[in-house]
Write a protein that binds this ligand. Sequence first.
Ligand code: HEC
Length: 184
Amino acid sequence: MSMRDRGPFFTALAAAAVVVAVGAGAQAAGERKAPHLGTPMSAEEVAKWDLTIFPDGRGLPPGKGTAKEGRVIYENQCAHCHGDDGRGATAEELVADPQPLTEEAASKAIGPYWPYATTIFDFIRRSMPAGAPGSLSADEIYAVTAYLLAANKVIGDTDEMNAKTLAAVKMPNRDGFEWIDVKK
Ligand code: HEC
């Protein structure tokens, strides 16, 4: 029986088998090419983006700052978007009175809502101030982080924030979240 006798379905199947065989042959011969998009990053460029700070503080750089220093930075570089005292303006509120998460319209400001203080440093370092991310030094980020924590009444006004003390801050509602194990 010839291919023609078996009808169009078998013809199509045979054609598909040929395509697969050619594909496998090319792969085996190392002819499958990467798309060559972009250029490999240098170690320095990778370091610029290697910014992740973990909840336990891994990744925090050396440096220090207090709420008093941070207030000046906040007022000059953050308040026009986040409002006086962090109470919100065109950008969201960052400061709220201490409160539980069980209210219907619970605040999502840093104090009530963020489970880890180390995330504040991470977020500011990678993205704030919105018009000039990356422009603040580590000391300035520790200071403005201290200011936001003190304004949320999580730390005292004179507490110094550094890699050790920031990682040790326990956010008020850390245990108010239900953690879901995604592997289950
Ligand atoms: C030009 C306006 C602008 C300025 C200036 C600015 N921010 Fe923001 N900020 C935003 C916007 C918009 C968002 C929301 C962006 C998002 O969630 O991705 C935001 C989000 C944030 C958040 C996360 C809030 C949340 O609940 O998710 C933090 C923390 C923050 N900014 C801190 C700062 C600090 C500190 C400064 C000053 C050093 C600053 N911002 C300056 C506009 C601004």
